[in-house]
Design a protein around this ligand. Structure first.
Ligand SMILES: Nc1ncnc2c1ncn2[C@@H]1O[C@H](COP(=O)(O)OP(=O)(O)OP(=O)(O)O)[C@@H](O)[C@H]1O
Length: 545
């Protein structure tokens, strides 16, 4: 049955790709005869849109193929290092336009997951969804306490669709890897599909999103700059998420923001600030900042507050990532491109046999023009994007967290500029960068390292006298043991010495006895030989002890 479904889906995908003429994109040298024959046998499936550009046809085909392909296309659109610019630009236009599924199905799923009828769980459950996206749908309701909430429900059957589509994508990726060997290494189609599969399955687990939202909310507890709605964990399951309902102005609705009297300059600056705080202070950042996920509070527009929802994708940075960023930014601002190149080799980001001069010159080519602009216009997202793209050409393995950071940074800077075109990114970022650099590479790094170890020592401190006493007692016991061993050894050595002396004496007596025998002094000879035997016997006993 599963196989039949896969075959039907395979036909649908093939049909869509052929009807958008995407087979024409396969280079002529790869159009081997079995492929050509297979194509001609599907003669009724013709390119129905020959007048459209290739990029446009790709986008339409992805849209027709449904959510898995739409999201895949959206992900690919950010990989401008992999795709020609026209295709990347077109894929960025992919819209998540998916019809909602019946509210009754959502209700059934909520009841099955939470184990009670909807009326016992919530009041005013709205059967018509508030919003619907490719993976989940959102309904409104109230908790029994009266609190307004939204309930996010995973699309029924989406797991099966993802499974089927992704396994077909994997087959396709394997084929591409096999038949396009020269470009394979750089494109790494199998790895790209695998990365995508993981992202999709992560998004399917709403408990993960709930945990992320709780963490982000805790990080900004009491902050006037970012509000994260409360999660009601008691009602959260893998496929159901319940959280406080928020009312805000979508960030893309500039007219509404202005009509509400928002201080746009402050809002833009705070956007960048909030992001930098997440990255540099918490090393935990919201990484799915599309316009549907960021809002601005209606309240106190002169002192604007951001609202963030949908923490399905977050980025975290470890110590090495932070160190890498700090060192590179520092070298970049000193325009020391050789240092940037060396840092990449030293940390193992690019292979050890990379030609430093070539790498340095490539970095200089892309980064130097950025310095042509006034500092206020420097985009950190652009710096990182150019750096990563160059490093990738020199075989830097993709660092997903850093790529996530760079993409989000670019997006945040873009939104900031849209809200307030004169936004001085440098001025906004500088205090964060300075403070953080000090923490990563300055004297504060040492203090921080000590602080990090402090809890360990604080924990051990009360045990210290006991530990010292134990150590001294152990040392004394060991000293006595060593002394004992030494005496034993000395005695043994002395015995061995005596033994060796007796053996030597035995040998001498044996020699003397033999000589006396030769001189016919038999009596003396006999005594010497007896003494030799006695002496050997004694000597042997001492040595073998
Ligand atoms: N707490 C909330 N309060 C009010 N509206 C909300 C809330 N959470 C979500 N929504 C609405 O539902 C929409 C979809 O929510 P969300 O982004 O969490 O779902 P999603 O399935 O992950 O969507 P996407 O695929 O676009 O990321 C939001 O754009 C917003 O309009």
């Amino acid at each position: 049955m599963k196989k039949l479904r896969e075959l039907i889906r395979l036909y649908q995908i093939g049909k869509t790709l052929l009807e958008y003429g995407l087979d024409e994109l396969i280079p002529a040298r790869l159009q081997i005869w079995p492929a050509r024959m297979a194509r001609s046998s599907l003669f009724w499936l013709k390119n129905r849109h020959p007048d459209l550009s290739r990029a446009h046809r790709i986008r339409l085909a992805f849209e027709q193929l449904g959510p898995v392909f739409i999201k895949f296309g959206q992900m690919l659109s950010t990989r401008r290092d992999l795709l020609p610019p026209d295709i990347a630009q077109e894929l960025a236009l992919l819209q998540d336009r998916v019809p909602p599924f019946p509210g009754q199905l959502a209700q059934l799923q909520i009841e099955a997951s939470l184990g009670a009828p909807i009326n016992e769980l919530f009041d005013d459950f709205a059967i018509t969804p508030l919003a619907s996206a490719s993976i989940a749908q959102v309904h409104t309701a109230r908790l029994k306490t009266g609190q307004e909430i939204v309930i996010k429900v995973i699309r029924p059957d989406i797991e099966k669709t993802i499974d089927a589509d992704v396994s077909l994508m994997q087959t396709l990726a394997r084929l591409v890897a096999r038949f396009a060997p020269a470009r394979t290494q750089r494109l790494r189609p199998e790895a790209v599909v695998e990365e995508y599969r993981k992202t999709l399955f992560d998004e399917l687990n709403l408990l993960r999103e709930a945990a992320n939202a709780i963490q982000l909310r805790r990080n900004f507890e009491g902050s006037g700059t970012l509000y994260v709605p409360e999660i009601y964990s008691d009602y959260c399951r893998e496929n159901v998420l319940v959280m406080e309902r928020i009312y805000g102005i979508p960030v893309s609705d500039i007219a509404a923001l202005k009509a509400n009297g928002t201080n746009m300059k402050l809002l833009a600056e705070r956007g960048v600030e909030v992001f930098f705080t997440q990255v540099f202070r918490d090393s935990f950042f919201h990484a799915d900042m599309h316009p549907g996920n960021i809002f601005v509070s209606y309240q106190h527009p002169q002192d604007p507050q951001w609202i963030g929802i949908d923490c399905g994708i977050v980025g975290t940075l470890n110590k090495d990532d932070k160190r890498y960023l700090a060192d590179n930014f520092l070298a970049f601002f000193n325009r020391d491109y050789r240092k940037v190149a060396e840092l990449h080799v030293e940390s193992g980001w690019v292979p050890a046999d990379t030609k430093i001069e070539e790498f340095e010159s490539a970095i200089r080519t892309v980064l130097e023009p950025i310095f042509e602009k006034p500092l206020s216009e420097i985009s950190f997202g652009h710096v990182l994007l150019n750096l990563f793209n160059t490093a990738r050409r020199f075989n830097m393995a993709v660092q997903p967290q850093l790529v996530l950071l760079q993409k989000t940074l670019l997006y945040v800077e873009g939104v900031g500029r849209q809200l307030y075109p004169q936004l001085d990114l440098w001025k906004t970022a500088k205090p964060f960068l300075e403070e953080w650099m000090q923490q990563q590479v300055g004297y504060k790094a040492v203090i921080n390292a000590m602080k990090e170890k402090a809890p360990f020592w604080a924990e051990k401190l009360p045990e210290l006298p006991e530990l010292v006493y134990d150590a001294l007692r152990q040392a004394k016991a060991q000293h006595q043991q060593v002394q004992g061993l030494y005496y034993q050894f000395a005695r043994h050595d002395k015995e061995q010495g005596k033994g060796r002396f007796l053996l030597a004496m035995g040998a001498t007596l044996l020699l003397a006895g033999t000589l006396l025998l030769a001189m016919d002094k038999n009596q003396w000879a006999f005594s010497a030989l007896v003494l030799a035997l006695v002496s050997w016997w004694l000597g042997w006993r001492k040595i073998s002890r």
